[in-house]
Ligand binder design. Structure first.
Ligand code: PHE
Length: 455
């Protein structure tokens, strides 16, 4: 493969930073800690890790394999690898999912910027009523929109700069900073008086809380958190050099994502316990934890202002390295399939997603009453993309690799044309062909009926 013909990642660390950057996001920091504590603590964690190993890594590897083999965007990859068949529709689904995810994700990402500014100005920690503060802001007719658009602009600037000079360059700087800051805040959180209860609550398994829905939730959370199922990793895979060990990369990214999810829990849960025990049981996954409960924690903590600033900064960074990966799915498609320049593709992609995103943001304010199937636009985009589109996407991707691409092509790609030898390749292929489709199939079908499983 002549390098230089296609913009691509230049180093192993760059690939990991970019892919882990995509994986580590709002899903790790505000969703994982809460879902874990509400669903059996250590028991949920064990299930989650099981799914990461059994399903997450195989699906991630499948996506990398498709992308690197085809050297194209998500849509083009299926067209090239399965010409004359309807498989390209899986790519189309990925592009549509990217639109839906980015539209609602940028709403929350925008909020993180407002809270960062409120932390820096000191307003946040002088607020009496955190619930009211959040409600006033999120229902405001234009303030959240401005932040959402600022966030989309930041995303577009990085994507416009390209793979090497944009995505790789920024994630290589931002991901280590993110890791250091999370560790720093987590150490402070677990050393608070009374935090021990929270740590216990987080890790001691409560098998009584585990039921079919919990199992499905663990799988759904694993899929969302690893950014699998919509072609993000197909797109990134197409920028990975031919000598990279894809299985090893997948394992490293999954390890990074899981470690950061656990560290985030240590950052969030013990602190909440130290200051407001009992609260957590009644909370639903959503804005409350990060935008209402945690600000109260920061207020009560000595040096809270510093931690508030660091926390909202790291949340914004985590969101940004995820949003760029979603926008790149659309940009790569527009660029390669419609022959747009990168500039034009970035402009059209980000503007059209922002238009949809504005409606998602307004569904907390002026459009709160506007509901489809009993849900606001934000709720619907969140539910449809994370619960339905991602899981069906992941299902179709493993079926594609296991049954259409077949073993020879898969082996050739993961072993770098025979250069790498490992029994693991065969084992993973077996999982991709038989185990993953069944397991994901169950969740995909169940997700249609049980609300709140993923995302
Ligand atoms: N993995 C991201 C998170 O945990 C979300 C995401 C999903 C990003 C799908 C890209 C694609 O926040």
């Amino acid at each position: 493969m002549p390098s230089g013909s296609r913009d691509s990642f230049t180093s192993k660390f760059g690939i990991i930073a970019a892919a882990a950057g995509s994986a580590v996001g709002l899903g790790n920091i505000w969703r994982f800690p809460l879902v874990t504590t509400q669903n059996g603590g250590g028991a949920f964690l064990l299930l989650y890790i099981g799914f990461i190993l059994l399903i997450g890594i195989p699906v991630m590897l499948s996506e990398f394999t498709i992308g690197r083999r085809a050297q194209l965007n998500a849509f083009g990859s299926f067209k090239k690898l399965a010409p004359g068949t309807p498989w390209y529709l899986v790519g189309s689904l990925g592009i549509v999912t990217a639109f839906a995810i980015l539209a609602f994700y940028s709403t929350v990402a925008g909020w993180t910027l407002e809270y960062l500014v409120q932390s820096i100005s000191g307003k946040l920690l002088h607020t009496q009523d955190m619930e009211k503060n959040f409600a006033d802001f999120s229902t405001h007719p234009y303030r959240p929109l401005v932040w959402q658009l600022v966030f989309m602009l930041l995303t577009a600037v990085v994507v416009y700069a390209g793979i090497q000079k944009g995505i790789e360059k920024y994630t290589k700087i931002l991901m280590p900073i993110l890791l250091v800051l999370i560790i720093f805040v987590a150490i402070r959180a677990v050393s608070l008086p009374g935090a021990g209860e929270g740590v216990k609550y987080l890790f001691v398994p409560d098998w009584g809380a585990v039921n079919f829905k919990t199992v499905l939730m663990a799988l759904g959370q694993a899929a969302f958190s690893l950014s699998i199922g919509m072609g993000t990793l197909i797109t990134y895979g197409s920028y990975i050099q031919k000598d990279n060990n894809l299985l090893k990369t997948s394992a490293q990214v999954a390890l990074a994502d899981t470690s950061i999810a656990i560290l985030s829990s240590l950052m969030v849960i013990p602190a909440i316990f130290a200051f407001s025990v009992g609260y957590i049981d009644q909370m639903s996954p959503g804005p409350g934890l990060v935008f209402e409960v945690l600000p109260n924690v920061f207020k009560s903590m000595s040096g809270g202002i510093i931690f508030a600033i660091i926390f909202f900064f790291l949340l914004a960074v985590a969101a940004l390295t995820s949003t760029i990966s979603v926008l790149e799915v659309v940009v790569a498609y527009l660029k390669e399939e419609l022959n747009f320049s990168r500039g034009k593709a970035t402009l059209i992609g980000s503007v059209s997603i922002s238009v949809l995103g504005v409606f998602a943001t307004m569904s907390f304010g002026p459009l709160a009453e506007f509901q489809i199937f009993g849900q606001t636009i934000f709720g619907l985009l969140n539910y449809a993309s994370a619960n339905i589109m991602l899981t069906f996407g992941a299902l179709l991707i493993v079926i594609f690799v296991g049954w259409r691409m077949r073993k020879i092509a898969f082996m050739e790609e993961v072993s770098n044309n025979g250069e790498l030898v490992s029994i693991m390749f065969k084992i993973v292929f077996f999982i991709i062909r038989y185990i993953a489709p069944v397991a994901i199939g169950i969740i995909a079908v169940a997700a249609l009926f049980i609300k709140g499983i993923t995302g």
